[in-house]
Design a binder for this molecule. Sequence first.
Ligand code: PLP
Length: 402
Amino acid sequence: MIRKGLSMQNLNQSLRIGSSASKLSNSSFTSQAAASSLLQVCEPSAYRKREVKVGQFLTRYGGEDEYADVDWDKLGFGLMPTDCMYVTTSTNDGSFSVGQVLPFGNIQLSPSAGVLNYGQGLFEGTKAIRRENGRTVLFRPAQNAIRMQMGAERLCMLSPSVDQFVDAVKQTALSNKRWIPPPGKGSLYIRPLLIGSGPILGLAPAPEYTFIVYASPVGNYFKEGRAPLNLFVDDEYHRATRGGAGGVKTISNYAPVLKAITRAKSRGFSDVLYLDSVNKKNLEEVSSCNIFIVKGNVLSTPAINGTILPGVTRKCIIEIAQHHGYKVEERQIPVEELLDADEIFCTGTAVGVASVGSITYKNKRVEYKTDSKSVCREMYSTLIGIQTGSVEDEMGWIIEID
Ligand SMILES: *Cc1c(COP(=O)(O)O)cnc(C)c1O
């Protein structure tokens, strides 16, 4: 069905570029044949005492050590390049070739690549966690695979199968195992990326797609003393519109909110809470996370209606809350309900479950409970507990990969 989006002309073009030199290469490797020999090269042991400069970062590879040379206690949320990335390109029959694990590095794209000109791109975010017992686990990666397929359908792109996606995430985690923080110090954030890599000039789906998975270690969100979020309700800028692509994780949803985020940050807020663009009245979500409001024994979150990103964390929290005896409502939430909520929190793979300390709307600031007995903290501890292994995984969300 997805292939319907590609015209015959595009498929022919795809055939032609398919035989040209590699679209993806790593510095000295410029052909597919050379690239395939890297399969064996990207073993951590090949990185003994090597230094690689990626942008402003100098990464030191320490050989076969169990851990990369990182001060794990100082881990934040910035990009820290790791050893390897997974790469595969779509083939002429519409599937993706067997992926390769290559050294992390720059990629080459035609200036007329679909992603650069018309924004055909999707990203995902998931995590690998190192448990106390030494095992590496992934958390619901198939959910991200399905979401990427839905996004690809919306943007007329080819997408990898669920199995190939999950396998790619697994290979990325294992080939970068030295970069998975010690238990309790954080996780390896894994970023799958699907882009229209084939060249196209007239507005149409790109003739070729590339699926890349890279990773970066990130710290724990809830460090001691980490301040709750202070959100600003923006009724000028909107994140998504009816009939648009707000419900899928397309890269084109994010540049337009930078202006709103920058303005909110310059006024001292942590992030922006968006309202629906039709009525400017109902809550939608924050720039990259979903929102929940707590009132008594009821947790409410905006219903998935096409303008809200269906978060995996959102889905987990709904299930955990119901399991813990809370009532959960997915519905329209008028902005006025912020006034008498007991508690507000945000959910997402990057933030986990983050408490909101205040929300400002039309010059009125409302403050919320953020103490350690909050529902937010209960949800956070349960979710993190399931991931790290201290809480039993009754839902079957965990996949052990080694
Ligand atoms: C990624 C994202 C979320 C959170 O999704 P998770 O699957 O929980 O990480 C929420 N909102 C937006 C806009 C997002 O991009």
